[in-house]
Write a protein that binds this ligand. Sequence first.
Ligand code: C5P
Length: 227
Amino acid sequence: TKFWAVVPAAGVGKRMNADRPKQYLLLAGKTVLEQTLLRLLQADVFSAISVAISVEDPYWPEMGISSHDKIITAAGGKERADSVLSGLKSIRAMALDEDWVLVHDAARPCLTTADIYHLIDSLCDDDVGGILALSSHDTLKNVQGKNILGTLDRSHIWRALTPQMFRYGMLKNALEAAEGNFAITDEASALEMLGLRPKIVEGRPDNIKITRPEDLALAQFYLEQQQ
Ligand code: C5P
């Protein structure tokens, strides 16, 4: 079995309040997306990395990494799940149903090779696959309006990170079945909806998703720490 990576990078990142999508902001001398792709390339396990890019994205062709021989592009879609499905279709002629696909957010540039191997080693004998995740340190509340309806049992709550690792055929079927469903914000949820039970693999807390302006400084700190 081969390993493939799909990187959804077609979001606009409006919570950043920046002049360009967050994956093109500068982080330690490179764009966030370049840093992310370099981390995936460094792992040296992927037959190819498919990057889903928005059709009106002027930044992608300007980056040197866009011509790397392991990197191919797909047209980004309306929702994240559409972008991932498009990425899967771009490797359809090369991938087998039982091959593994690791889907990783463009906005998570601090992913370590150690975490990629940890995920692969933990799940490569699994029937379904699973995701990197973190337990929650905060107490979590179920809220309606401003009223607390209850407290979730923290011991059962995990935060979903990426990469998320699934078999090519199973992931494609699950995303196709979930098309148009806005409750799908990661790949695992599409499989869960089919009644499958993806696993969690504990990830590292430095694998943050760049979402708000202050996250860039934090990501820079983590990248320096990881050197
Ligand atoms: O918005 P959020 O941070 O959840 O996005 C996660 C990832 O999905 C980002 O890397 C973003 O670029 C990508 N995305 C996409 N296509 C969309 C929406 C988001 O590729 N339509």
